[in-house]
Structure formats: C-alpha cells, structure tokens
Design a protein around this ligand. Structure first.
Ligand code: SAH
Ligand code: SF4
Length: 388
C-alpha cells in the first residue's frame, strides 16, 4: 500500500482516508481547507506554503485542472496526479435557461449522481443606477441556490424533492463546489459583486449538518463570501437548529424556517416532521440563535390553494410570529405544482389578500417572484422532469 511506503524517500500525498486509489479513480482536493492542504504538503516533504497556493488555485482562481495550477512547480503537479489526486470540483452537466434570466443546473459529483443549483440574476431589466454599468455585467446582483443532499428524507407533502426519497448526502466539497462552479460560470468577482447564497435547493441541510457547515466554512474562509449574505433554510430540525445556535457569527449564515402553516394541525398534515418537532419546539430552538444587529429570522410560507392561503391563516401566522418575540419576516411563495402532487396553486387574489393581511398586522412580508417557471425552477423539479 502506498501509505506504508518506506520512509527514506519523501512521504507520499496519501489520500485522506489513508487508502490508495487502486481503481484509477482520484481523490478530490476540492473540499479540503488550507489547513488540511498544508498538512498534506508538509507530510509529503513539501514546503508549507504550497498548501496556501493550492487553496488559492482551488477557491480564488477557481482552477479545475491540476495542470492549470501554474503557481505550482510542474513536478509537484505531476506528483499529485501520480499519487491519486485531482481537483475534483463538481461540474455543471446541463444548463436550462429561462426567459427571465434564471439558469438552472444539473450538477454532477464524483458518482455522477446529479443535483441542482440555480442562478437568479436581478437588475437586468435595464434600470438606471443599479451599478451594472460599472461592472459591465448584465446583472447587478444575483442569488445562487444550492442543494445539500440528493433527494430528501423529510417527506413534505407538497415538495417534489420528497418524492425522490433520500439518495445520499452531498460532501462539503460538493456543496461548496456547486457555488464555485456557478461563480465561475458568471465571472463573479467575490468581494465586489453582490451575490447572495441560499441553501434552499434539494435536501435538508440540517440532516447533513457536518458537511453543510464544513461547506459554509470553505465558502467564508477560502472562497471569501460573507455569511451575512447566506441563508440556510430548514424544515425545523430542532437538534440541527440547536447546533447552529452554537456556531460563531463569523461562519453563521442567516436562518430561515419553513413554517408553511398557521398552526400545528395543518402543519402536521403537510409536513409530517411536525409531529416530531412541533412549532413551539422549533421556535424555542430558534430563540437560542444569537442574532446580529438588525438580523431577522425568515419564515418561509408556501401558499397551498385552499389549504394554507385563507386570510384567517394569515392572521394566525401574524399572531404566531408576534408570540415568538423574535424579529421575523415572512417570505410568501405561491406553491409550484409538480407531477403527482395533488395540491392547488393559490389564486392570485388569495395571494394578494394573504400578503396584505399579514403586512397589515405589522409583519414584514415579501412575496417571492416566481422565477424560471418555464424551466421548472421550483424545488426538485428539474431532476424529476429531466430524468423522469
Ligand atoms: N429542506 C429545506 C430547504 C430546501 S426546500 C426546507 O424545507 O426548508 C426550500 C423551500 O422551498 C422550503 O421553504 C419549501 O417549503 C419550499 N418548497 C418546497 N417545494 C415547493 C414547491 N413545490 N413550491 C414552492 N415552494 C416549495
Ligand atoms: Fe425536504 Fe425541504 Fe422538500 Fe421538505 S420542503 S421534503 S425538507 S427539501
């Protein structure tokens, strides 16, 4: 085995799990942070600064091939490859473009199982003074939405991803890799362009907690994104929220809770997870999070026609929001239909009445614009519609 090589020659860059790749496959470097990369380099008898250079190439220069890492000596690049390493960043396998500028991607990881990411540009309507003239880009700000798992085990009745069941967790490198691949595709200059990141694609981030948080740390510390421009959405996994509350502010995204119903009875019907962690338990956990000045917790609320979209529901949501004592805002989302799901899209009048009622009760309320309907840009829809 490579890892038991005699020690008279420089030690080898043994893959993290200590196993040599005998089947010709390669271990990904993408996903290791500067500390881990440095440790690998030092173990292999290389100078420590090579770790930093590798991280620069992977996360700042967004290099996808070892050969393109021109700041590293050719011999070292060769050696890395010979010893079973590759960049290993997940790649965009398919792109679907919407008339509204939204792009949806099928991204492939190591096992070629695909997952979804979405790019939603704004400010491309030609408004004056939005800053896009200075950058020469067609957008002045954008939101990237990424997945945390392939499929999901939570089984919300209105969600298409739920139909896939849980296929597998994504690794930290795969979660962060989606983001970097999309940044790269659009030539985003981190620190200069306004890009928000939402963990609202496929899967439940708090049921893949360690990999999700490792990805956040990579995105903050290596890629240079701000956690204050990131939002993680959870269906209300209480132990996950409790762990999240312990994270240092430096790497803690903002929090969104998929509330989706005005009370436990309706929530349990549409989100079976509510019987395990009812609304009160979720709110008690959310209260543990030490919010930054002016930070709000988002309640996401999917409007299901005839089920959760009555103005009485809006009044109950307002009461519930006030009772939490938390600074909150509500994001309303009209339900996106999908094959095999029996709910109804809410009527536009019902959506408007709901919004006005909630806002009238003093709750900051936003209506999420439907984006990319023509490319099935609702949660989990693309994979289902493409792969059948
Ligand atoms: N699993 C996490 C994050 C991914 S789902 C969560 O549930 O919060 C992201 C958001 O999309 C959730 O608020 C969910 O309620 C919403 N959603 C799921 N399916 C939807 C659909 N068909 N139409 C509109 N919103 C949907
Ligand atoms: Fe999973 Fe979120 Fe879909 Fe529920 S809404 S099934 S938690 S992805």
């Amino acid at each position: 085995m490579l890892s038991q090589a005699v020690t008279t020659k420089p030690s080898q860059l043994v893959p993290f799990d200590g196993k040599a790749q005998t089947d010709g496959s390669h271990q990904p470097l993408f996903g290791l942070d500067t500390g881990a990369l440095t440790a690998r380099m030092v173990e292999a008898g290389e100078p420590a600064y090579r770790g930093k250079q590798l991280a620069e190439n992977l996360y700042r220069q967004r290099v996808t091939e070892l050969d393109a890492m021109t700041t590293l000596p050719k011999l070292l690049r060769q050696r890395l490859r010979d010893e079973g390493w590759q960049v290993g960043r997940p790649g965009i396998a398919q792109v679907f473009q919407s008339v509204d500028g939204t792009e949806r991607y099928l991204v492939e990881g190591q096992d070629r199982q695909s997952f979804e990411a979405v790019w939603m540009p704004e400010g491309d309507e030609g408004e004056a003074g939005d800053g896009s003239e200075e950058t020469g880009k067609s957008w002045s700000r954008a939101t990237i939405c990424v997945s945390s798992q392939v499929g999901c085990a939570v089984n919300c009745q209105f969600c298409l991803t739920a139909k896939l069941g849980l296929q597998r967790n994504l690794s930290a490198g795969e979660i962060a890799g989606q983001v970097v691949a999309v940044l790269d595709r659009h030539g985003v200059e981190v620190g200069r362009d306004r890009v928000n990141l939402v963990f609202m694609g496929m899967g439940e981030p708090f049921l893949n907690y360690d990999n999700f948080m490792a990805a956040v740390r990579l995105l903050v510390r290596e890629v240079g994104l701000s956690p204050q421009r990131m939002t993680v959405s959870t269906s209300g996994i209480v132990p996950g929220i409790e762990r999240f509350a312990q994270e240092p502010a430096e790497v803690r995204p903002k929090l969104a809770i998929s509330l989706n119903a005005p009370n436990d009875a309706i929530r349990e019907e549409i989100m079976p997870i509510n019987s395990k962690w009812p609304i009160q338990a979720v709110m008690d956990a959310v209260r543990l999070v030490k919010l930054r000045p002016r930070e709000r917790v988002t309640f996401e609320y999917v409007l299901l026609g005839g089920v959760t979209d009555r103005s009485e529901d809006a009044r109950q949501v307002a009461r519930l929001a006030r009772r939490t004592g938390l600074p909150v805002k509500v994001n309303l989302i009209a339900w996106n239909p999908g094959p095999g799901i029996e709910y109804l899209t809410p009527k536009p009048e019902a959506v408007e009445l709901f919004r006005v009622t909630l806002a009238g009760e003093g709750i900051p309320t936003y209506l999420r614009k439907p984006r990319g309907r023509d490319i099935y840009a609702a949660c989990g829809q693309l994979k289902r519609t493409v792969e059948g």
